[in-house]
Design a protein around this ligand. Structure first.
Ligand SMILES: [Zn+2]
Length: 488
């Protein structure tokens, strides 16, 4: 992960409430808990701020050697990079992080995985851990009681509250599954069920740490960190913020997939068709992959050969050599059935999205390998009508995005897709209602409509429903429709 090393603004350490202290910087919050039997540190911060955190602990009169537990809310570097340096100063400390976030950390290995419902106990303090993924795959939230003037208050931190990491560009660059959006909504809804009196910020701007500190210094009668409506307001804002990200992307990053090329005008699934599709304004390509009798991967749709030869049959009945004798014809135009690899050689460098449909079993690993060989893995969705097929792709290459083409949105299928952390659902256009698409977005799926052919009425249905993209035989018609409707 590219690191933005920013300057660090030291905040004088202070007691927030009860036995909870702030020892972080403006850029990254760190919190210290004095349990009476050793210290707990929550998040260590940027590497460059390790000394600041250590100095803050000392300034409060504590010895950093007494830190026994270091909890990490999630794996991003602004919460974890200082950990190796802190560990040198606090060698007895045990480190905790959800193992689902190990991919984000560098230079250290956590001692313990954090699981949903774990209670971490030290001295007078019990910290309840809630698994709240979304911001990262392993974000964890912490709940604890704090006592102030004899009163017990529930304090909590949402351990992964940022939604900027759920923008598609970011998710693509860092291999974050689209499903994290659904997980984020789930987590926010789960956290909303909790009653919280004191919100602990994962960053200063989440709970206005500085402003509250000023109020304390100015002699506020009631501890400003006690703010029983803050938690709910904050979470609801985040919920709305992610919806804004999603709706904004639908209007600015809509993908017009040339479906098997521009087959309304050109021989489908051929190189000339895809060239034409891009010229017509498509910013994506959807194609089908099958295997020939001699084991070669070619672009091929179900009925291409029938249309070519007038006889039933598929590419599996022919060698690649034999297939070259046939012409794929559309009107006056002809072309040949291409190798999948020739397609990749020509189009891989283009800044477009790819949807590659696996038309048969047994091609999963080879297709995945070629996707990586040609470096299109971050802009590709591997799809199929078969759940088994896409599951196999995900098992083989967990970072590759997978989508499911379907004519029905039964709950059972959706649940299976959630289980395998699929990224996209591709419903037939007629299933695309605003309610359905919204529901799929809420679950964290990208939604691409298909079956549009070249029908403007169908295009309209998918656009109004709020799909993220659609496959189409006539990309120019869609480009025109979107331009007219100010959608792009
Ligand atoms: Zn983060």
């Amino acid at each position: 992960m590219t690191k933005r090393i920013r300057g660090c603004t030291k905040i004088p350490p202070f007691r927030m409430i009860g036995n909870l202290y702030f020892v972080g910087t403006y850029e990254a919050s760190s919190h210290l808990i004095d349990t009476g039997d050793g210290l707990i540190l929550i998040d260590t911060g940027y590497e460059i701020t390790a000394d600041v955190v250590a100095a803050s602990i000392k300034e409060l009169g504590y010895d950093i050697k007494d830190v026994k537990i270091i909890l990490h809310s999630h794996g991003h570097y602004d919460h974890t990079d200082a950990t190796p340096r802190i560990l040198k100063l606090a060698p007895q400390a045990k480190t905790y992080l959800s193992f689902k976030d190990i991919k984000y950390i560098e230079g250290w290995t956590p001692d313990y995985d954090i699981l949903d419902g774990d209670v971490i106990e030290l001295g007078n303090t019990k910290i309840e851990c809630l698994f709240t993924p979304g911001h990262t795959e392993g974000s964890v939230s912490f709940f604890m009681d704090v006592v102030e003037d004899g009163q017990v208050y529930r304090a909590a931190m949402f351990g992964g509250a940022g939604v900027n990491q759920l923008k598609k560009d970011f998710m693509k660059n860092y291999d974050v599954p689209y499903r994290c959006r659904g997980m984020f909504f789930d987590s926010v809804e789960r956290l909303l069920e909790r009653k919280v009196d004191v919100m602990i910020g994962n960053h200063c701007w989440h709970n206005q740490t500085l402003e509250k500190r000023e109020k304390m210094l100015a002699g506020a009668k009631v501890n400003p960190f006690i703010e029983p409506t803050e938690w709910e307001t904050f979470l609801k804002k985040l919920h709305a913020k992610l919806w804004n990200v999603i709706t904004e992307e639908i209007s600015t990053k809509f993908v017009n997939y040339a479906h098997r090329g521009a087959s309304e005008y050109y021989p489908e699934n051929t190189l000339s068709a895809f060239r034409a599709g891009l010229e017509m304004g498509a910013n994506g390509i959807e194609t089908d992959v099958r295997r020939t009798k001699d084991g070669k991967l070619v672009l091929f749709h179900d009925d291409t050969l029938e249309r070519m030869t007038g006889q039933a049959g598929g590419v599996q009945d022919y060698t690649y050599e034999e297939l070259q004798k046939f012409d794929v014809i559309e009107g006056e135009l002809t072309d040949k059935i291409p190798l999948f690899e020739d397609f990749l050689k020509e189009f891989a460098d283009k800044e477009i999205a790819f949807a590659i449909e696996l038309k048969e079993d047994g091609v999963e690993e080879e297709v995945a390998d070629l996707i990586y060989k040609y470096g299109i893995e971050k802009k590709t969705m591997v799809t199929a009508f078969s759940l088994t097929r896409i599951r196999k792709v995900k098992e083989y290459k967990p970072n590759l995005r997978i989508g499911f083409l379907t004519k029905s949105l039964e709950e059972e299928r959706i649940n299976a897709l959630l289980d395998m952390e699929a990224d996209e659902v591709c419903p037939l256009y007629s299933l695309c209602t605003t309610e359905k698409v919204t529901e799929l977005h809420r679950l964290g799926f990208n939604v691409r409509a298909w079956g549009i052919a070249a029908d403007p009425e169908r295009m309209k249905i998918a656009c109004i429903a709020g799909a993220d993209g659609m496959t189409i035989n006539a990309p120019d018609l869609l480009t025109k429709y979107l331009a007219e409707n100010n959608n792009v």
